[in-house]
Ligand binder design. Sequence first.
Ligand code: ZN
Length: 615
Amino acid sequence: MKTPRATHYRITALDPHAHLFEVRCTIAEPDRDGQRFRLPTWIPGSYLIREFARHFVTVRAESGNAAIPIEKEAKDLWHAASCAGPLTVIAEVYAFDLSVRAAYLDAARGYFNGPSVFLCPEGRAEAPCVVEIIAPKGPAYQRWRVATTLPRADAAPWGFGSYRAANYDELIDHPVEMADFSQASFEAGGATHDIAISGHVHADLDRVARDLARICQWQIDFFGDAPGSRAPFDRYVFQIAAVGDGYGGLEHRSSTSLICKRDDLPAPGIAKITDEYRRFLGLASHEYFHGWNVKRIKPAAFAPYDLGRENYTRQLWAFEGITSYYDDLALVRSGVIEPRSFLELVGRTLTDVLRTPGRHVQSVADSSFDAWIKFYRRDENAPNAVVSYYAKGSLIALALDLTLRIRGTSLDTVMRTLWRLHGRTGIGVPEDGIEKIATEAAGADLDAFFARFVRGTEDPPLADLLGRFGVTTHLRAARNDRDRGGKAGSGGIDAESSRCWLGASLAVGANATLQHVFSGGPAEHAGLAAGDVIVAIDGLRAVPDAIERLLRRRRAGEALTVHAFRRDELIVTEITLGNAPHDVCWLSLDATVDDETRSRRAAWLGTNTGGGATF
Ligand code: ZN
């Protein structure tokens, strides 16, 4: 078979003020009866049909200097008329999405993900690609550089110019950031790791590099099964957009795009790990772990991806949940945080899941399958109907790890087996693959575990399991609406447990707007709905602070008159206050444990840490 000729792309930051990229795609020998071009409808890692074509403002085609007719045949499909070639399709793409999933361009930075800008010529997905990246015109952009893990062709390091990819799949898995960014770098596993941060930051980047180096090296050793192992890539880039308010990340085969608050990054001269910095490190750790778990070990349903439609799998609980378990575990095992800090994060996740009545309605397997229409399209009823395959998935991963450890093995072993059988080989993981590997590792039938907690809606027995590792689980009532759990809390359990409950959460804002109304709670019984604005309770004006004070002074069982607006209609109803549920969880390390428990706990959380030594 002859090697297909390369597809040439040229992407120009055409007009930062209009947020427009011009994207050209040229093929030397178009199909004889005309050439079709298709754009992905979604981006791997984010399971929602996003219809990237909606941001294609204009599309035209030319051959030499002659215009070639081009017609849309479907929402994501164009058909250029027959010509001798070469054929170029030219699109103007609107780019003003401040997320890690599409494209963005203004005078401060440019960014794009391949699926949202690069058309794929039909029948040529396997052809090698060359892409030329062109800077915006003008002196304002002279300091802009390019951060991407696309292999360089004639571009200088960090430079505009030509890059290449072996095929379309590779082309679209290396997002590109262009800006006058801040930089740091470190080595781990024989690979250079670069950090490029766009946006105004005043942070200790050397410290970020030092902490990330420990986390990355731990993960490389984890999958390599020995210290000094090599990373599965030669270079890795953390592309970070630091903004006033934002949070998110997306994994790629040798890079990740992150959005964080600029204040999440550590201030110079301060050694403490703040909650915000810990969250940033957890996010970076999460996306890095995906470099193995989902980018290389992937569900059979993603091997290969079909970018024109939903790709269904019931395994996102594993690819996201197991990753969510190890992202924070990597922080403690690498010694970046202490065991108590890790347990605080587990306590928060437990709180989050306990507050979700939907966990008794939807299994994580079903949540994975329906991610496209439910988890990624959460609405006001989501807590009652949807469970997060991230949060509950990470608790199932924890339960599975502890169950396996009691049997003398661990989830670590399962992950390394997955890496050997599926990551290194590129063979997709069948839907029952993880259960089979775990069963083999355990040397026991785990059908009941998977049937109850993965395919069913039961809570895994974490309090019992954690108890066998010298960790006690505590439950209490929420201190207030912002109480996320993880900490013991103050003010005394009795005082807290007397706080009563509306059975609804309030949206952030000056008005008492109901954000979620929980199944079977007082607000639902009173006929209140999400979106209702409570204006008075018992004849007194109700704003969020006043409601919080009222919940502390009144008792469960008391009936109050509520005035609320639903749209422009006034509702008058009676609500009977409930007891605040004890759904806030925190964990503590047992001070005295027997030797067996101590060594089990040390093996789980690591002993080579400052915190570990205090066990
Ligand atoms: Zn993830």
